[in-house]
Design a protein around this ligand. Structure first.
Ligand SMILES: [Zn+2]
Length: 268
């Protein structure tokens, strides 16, 4: 599933190709996604110049003078960029800037393409929590938000109303790096632990984005496709493997219907 680093990498990869360019055509190939793609985009975006491309959580925000095109990659979405490529199965949406075509392909159809006058007011975005790489995200923020809550720390950092973009992989890896047990109740997490955790989350996301940058070289080619980069994982999906810190076995448990991987020895 595309996580924050993949979306950030997609944004960084697309922006130089399309910034300040005018949309020459919009094609809705197959409108059924998580929500129907608004049909008006076929006309309302033509001749509009792309002012900027931003990321908010895992949403890509294509900003035009008349409003914002909001794109989410869902579980399996990818944006391909190309000069001219053959259509493939699961192609849904195409944004054409003269000789550059952006095409959204999404086999599982959990993604979406939406329109808003201002993305910040959109119902899917307005209640989102802080960006993990922003200065607003620090130990004080988590400490205040954790007040009196008995939920476990892993679910807490994965709650997008508190913090955006920390999916299952990054939650497991960040808790390992910060040496915090994923089962720990948030009201028992100390400020010092929150400090280690915010630092761990930032480090892990930044490293993944840096890694993603190397895929950008391929991205600029014709028929370029943004791949999802393999990360150096310490615990995620490594059940029964030896912990790199202590040689104990990595455990797999289930929390809120999601698999959690951790080292009981290092994270206590
Ligand atoms: Zn360990």
């Amino acid at each position: 599933m595309p996580e924050l680093p993949e979306v950030e990498t997609t944004k960084n990869g697309l922006l130089p190709h399309i910034k300040n360019k005018k949309v020459t055509a919009v094609n809705i190939l197959f409108p059924t996604l998580r929500f129907q793609i608004p049909p008006h985009l076929k006309t309302s975006l033509v001749n509009k110049k792309l002012i900027d491309l931003k990321r908010r959580g895992k949403y890509l925000i294509f900003q035009f003078k008349n409003g914002d095109l909001i794109v989410h990659l869902g579980m399996s979405g990818k944006i391909k960029i190309s000069k001219l490529i053959k259509y493939e199965k699961h192609d849904h949406f195409e944004l054409i800037f003269n000789d550059i075509t952006l095409r959204l392909n999404d086999p599982r159809r959990f993604g979406c393409v939406l329109w808003a006058d201002n993305y910040n007011n959109h119902r899917l975005i307005k209640n989102l929590g802080v960006e993990p790489l922003s200065t607003l995200f620090d130990e004080n923020y988590l400490f205040i938000k954790s007040d009196n809550k008995k939920t476990n720390i892993k679910s807490f950092i994965m709650n997008s109303n508190i913090l955006v973009g920390v999916g299952n992989i990054y939650a497991c890896e960040s808790l390992f790096l910060a040496k915090i047990n994923p089962l720990l109740s948030v009201n028992k997490v100390s400020k010092k632990q929150f400090k280690l955790l915010t630092k761990a989350i930032k480090t892990i996301l930044k490293n993944a984005i840096k890694k993603g940058g190397t895929t950008l070289k391929d991205f600029a080619n014709v028929d370029g496709e943004l791949g999802y980069f393999s990360q150096e994982l310490q615990v995620y999906n490594l059940e029964n493997k030896k912990c790199n810190n202590c040689n104990n076995k990595i455990l797999r448990i289930v929390q809120n219907q999601r698999a959690t991987f951790y080292c009981k020895n290092c994270q206590n």
